[in-house]
Ligand binder design. Structure first.
Ligand SMILES: CC(C)(COP(=O)(O)OP(=O)(O)OC[C@H]1O[C@@H](n2cnc3c(N)ncnc32)[C@H](O)[C@@H]1OP(=O)(O)O)[C@@H](O)C(=O)NCCC(=O)NCCS
Length: 184
């Protein structure tokens, strides 16, 4: 199997102003780094996916869902090593949803905040038709809510009984960022 083929998207690398992280397309050769966070039940706790249980499963997921994703970037350290990813999901023509995941070892160092700030700024330039980037966060996922608040997202309110996550009905907090909103 070709381990680093990703011919559907051009390689784009964007660095944060602090240059602590950069964003780039993921490739199959990132599989071992991907497994660091994807196999971790604590990372998966508030995510729709179940922890990955084998390298084969990881390769299939990257092939089927990462390489074909319309907008997903690996969050990389200075040495180009992925420590997580950040993605933009289409909602409709003017709304997109942002999501992100980081390996547990790197939590609490401001990396997610840096990545969300970078992507939110970039996406309005890249897709001028977007009027709103939104994020839906589980009410108990306090760290993720804090990330969005630190970037400058507006907490709009709690959507009660909004989704079923892993068999349980969950309240979700709706956050948004508009093109005219200031970054914090
Ligand atoms: C959510 C996640 C991306 C945050 O990444 P991170 O790099 O640790 O985030 P940052 O360091 O930029 O900021 C985290 C903030 O939340 C705070 N925080 C984290 N957990 C917290 C908790 N349980 N209670 C209160 N604050 C908390 C941190 O103190 C920090 O705030 P501060 O800078 O004011 O001190 C990471 O925890 C993760 O990957 N979680 C699993 C996947 C996930 O939940 N993704 C989001 C789905 S919506």
């Amino acid at each position: 199997m070709e381990m680093d083929s990703n011919e559907t998207q051009p390689t784009v690398v964007v660095s944060s102003p602090a240059r602590r992280i950069s964003l780039r397309q993921m490739t199959l050769s990132d599989v071992d780094h991907y497994m660091v966070w994807a196999t971790d039940a604590e990372v998966a706790r508030f995510c729709s996916w179940e922890p990955c249980t084998s390298r084969e499963e990881a390769i299939k997921y990257i092939t089927d869902s990462v390489l074909t994703h319309p907008w997903l970037r690996a969050i990389c350290l200075e040495d180009d090593r992925p420590i997580g990813y950040i993605l933009i999901m289409p909602v409709d023509n003017i709304r997109k949803e942002i999501g992100y995941v980081l390996a547990r070892k790197y939590w609490g160092k401001g990396f997610a905040t840096e990545a969300v700030r970078l992507v939110t700024a970039e996406i309005f330039k890249e897709m001028p038709e977007i009027e709103r980037v939104e994020a839906l966060v589980d009410v108990d996922n306090v760290g993720s809510q804090r990330v969005l608040e630190k970037v400058g997202f507006t907490r709009e309110g709690v959507m009660r009984n909004y989704i079923i996550m892993k068999g349980s009905v969950r309240d979700m907090v709706m956050f948004s960022f508009l093109p005219s909103d200031p970054f914090k």
